[in-house]
Ligand binder design. Structure first.
Ligand SMILES: NC(=O)c1ccc[n+]([C@@H]2O[C@H](COP(=O)([O-])OP(=O)(O)OC[C@H]3O[C@@H](n4cnc5c(N)ncnc54)[C@H](O)[C@@H]3O)[C@@H](O)[C@H]2O)c1
Length: 275
């Protein structure tokens, strides 16, 4: 990678990197010069009705990054398991020697499920983001070179969209919870020059929503009386692409955003403002 690249010499830890937005973020940050530490569960969670990523998906991310000239270490790990996550991150730090950027991206959307869906979505989308930051803090603080942490929330982290099923309520609650986590971390990591922000995408064209179950759920809540069913964006676009989110991540973690911390950044085609 050229030393002129904006993230040259930096190392980025990305969760949920086997596909979707996580893969796009790995590719983009590698193109900007960063070395990538990628983790993904690569397994199924019972309450999630659509297929999660596979080991082949994670291997494909590795190949795409390497084919583009980047460096990547990929490990299968579950963000719900803090020790496994710490050990996966350490594997990457041992290889690349440092850590500058964290993207807590792993997530599930078990929208139509019951109490198990509530528990799982809070465990993965909120507690998993917490574990991801906790694993990174001692390494970044000891390094003493600052850094940037981005937590991928959702438009559903800023507005009360969704249905009345426990999985959907849990998704919206967890994504709002990520904002509280970000605000607290932004304050107490600021003395270490570590910035913490959230990104709030509208619908993104990934396997999380581009599947028969999520399409069925959207139809289901449209039929629920009083459900907030309007998922249309302000800008004339139905869904955005993973690269649109990766572009925002790349900017937020770069020196271009060096004094931006504690911010909730919508990448949402105007859906939040419309509410
Ligand atoms: N797709 C959308 O419309 C949309 C909109 C707003 C926010 N988001 C959020 O964006 C993030 C990325 O989602 P995506 O759209 O790329 O979906 P995706 O399903 O394609 O990717 C999510 C990845 O996270 C991994 N993962 C799930 N549980 C995990 C766990 N316990 N440990 C480690 N990895 C795990 C999955 O295997 C998968 O590879 C998620 O946090 C999601 O909630 C998505």
């Amino acid at each position: 990678m050229s030393t002129a690249a904006p993230l040259a010499g930096r190392v980025a830890f990305i969760t949920g990197a086997a596909r979707g937005q996580g893969r796009a973020e790995a590719l983009r940050l590698a193109a900007d010069g960063a070395d990538i530490i990628a983790i993904d569960l690569c397994d199924q969670i019972d309450s999630v009705p659509y297929p999660l990523a596979t080991p082949d998906d994670l291997a494909a991310t590795v190949k795409l990054v390497e084919d583009a000239g980047g460096r990547i270490v990929a490990v299968q790990a579950d963000v719900r398991d803090e020790q496994a996550l710490r050990s996966a991150l350490q594997t990457g730090v041992d290889r690349f020697g440092r850590l500058d950027i964290v993207v807590a991206n792993a997530g599930i959307a078990p929208m139509q499920s019951g109490p198990d869906g509530w528990r799982d979505v809070v465990d993965v989308n909120l507690t998993g983001a917490h574990h991801t930051v906790e694993a990174a803090i001692p390494i970044m603080v000891a390094q003493g070179a600052g850094g940037s942490i981005v937590l991928i929330s959702s438009a559903a982290g800023l507005i009360g969209v969704g249905g009345g099923d426990r999985g959907s309520l849990g998704y919206t609650a967890a994504k709002h919870g990520v904002v509280g986590l970000m605000r607290a971390y932004a304050n107490f990591l600021a003395p270490h020059s570590i910035r913490v922000n959230t990104i709030h995408p509208t619908g993104v064209d990934t396997p999380m929503i581009n599947n028969e179950f999520t399409r069925g759920w959207l139809k289901h809540i449209a039929e629920e009386l009083n459900a907030p069913t309007d998922f249309s964006n302000a800008l004339p676009v139905q869904v955005i692409q993973s690269e649109d989110v990766a572009n925002a991540v790349a900017w937020l973690v770069s020196d271009q955003a060096r004094y931006i911390t504690g911010v909730t950044l919508p990448v949402d085609a105007g859906i939040v403002n419309k509410r």
